[in-house]
Write a protein that binds this ligand. Structure first.
Ligand code: TYD
Length: 197
């Protein structure tokens, strides 16, 4: 039985996910709630292979992201079982979108691998920060190996996220990431409270 609340932030590079996810976690903590801010790729050695290794093929990249998620999910489940609110910067949707829609690996394959790695753990709420590709890329200071992909790749990523959000409207909340930070914070803050008991 899981008592905690699992929240994820998704979107392309430069959308502001990390800032908002950290803010949400800190703000809930300031209200007396137990929270854990976390992110993917998570395991430090896998993270450096994934973001810095220059020679990975799509299949290898996919399997490493999924392996990383399998490990991470074990820790997320432990925290949720303790009643902690887990706020995660990227999760399974990122693999579906980047490796599926972006790299062109069969979407149903990716879905199946995600289910396998997570044992079907699914966020209660996912905030999708949507931003036009050029704006997102111009906001990002440093681009990792994947962020440095061509514009067409990022367009597939953006459209993929929007398509998945339409497929699961109950879970996703799509936010226009070009809005003021304060406005985004107040929308998220109001929404989060509808998920807290
Ligand atoms: P990161 O440094 O965490 O920053 P940001 O989320 O702000 O871009 O970069 C993670 C990179 O890894 C990002 O380019 C997206 C990519 N990624 C995938 O391709 N698949 C995945 O499953 C995950 C979790 C991330």
């Amino acid at each position: 039985m899981m008592d905690g609340l699992f929240i994820t932030f998704e979107g392309m590079e430069g959308a502001g996910k990390t800032t908002l996810a950290r803010w949400l976690s800190d703000h809930l903590q300031a209200e007396g709630m137990r929270t854990w801010f976390t992110y993917e790729p998570w395991e430090p050695r896998l993270r450096s292979i994934l973001l810095e290794h220059s020679n990975l093929q799509s299949t290898e990249e996919l399997l490493l992201f999924v392996a990383d998620r399998a490990i991470h999910t074990r820790y997320i489940r432990e925290r949720l079982a303790e009643g902690t609110i887990v706020v995660c910067d990227r999760y399974a949707d990122s693999t579906l979108i980047y490796q599926g829609y972006g790299r062109g690996i069969d979407i149903e394959w990716v879905r199946a691998l995600n289910r396998f790695a997570t044992g079907d753990l699914c966020p209660r709420r996912t905030y999708l920060l949507d931003v036009p590709v050029e704006i997102g890329l111009s906001r990002q200071r440093e681009l990792n190996r994947i962020g440095a992909e061509e514009i067409a790749f990022h367009e597939r990523v953006r459209q993929g996220f929007l398509q998945e959000a339409e497929r699961e409207p109950q879970r996703f909340m799509v936010l226009d990431a070009t809005r003021d930070l304060q406005e985004l914070q107040s929308v998220i803050w109001a929404d989060v409270h509808t998920h807290l008991r």
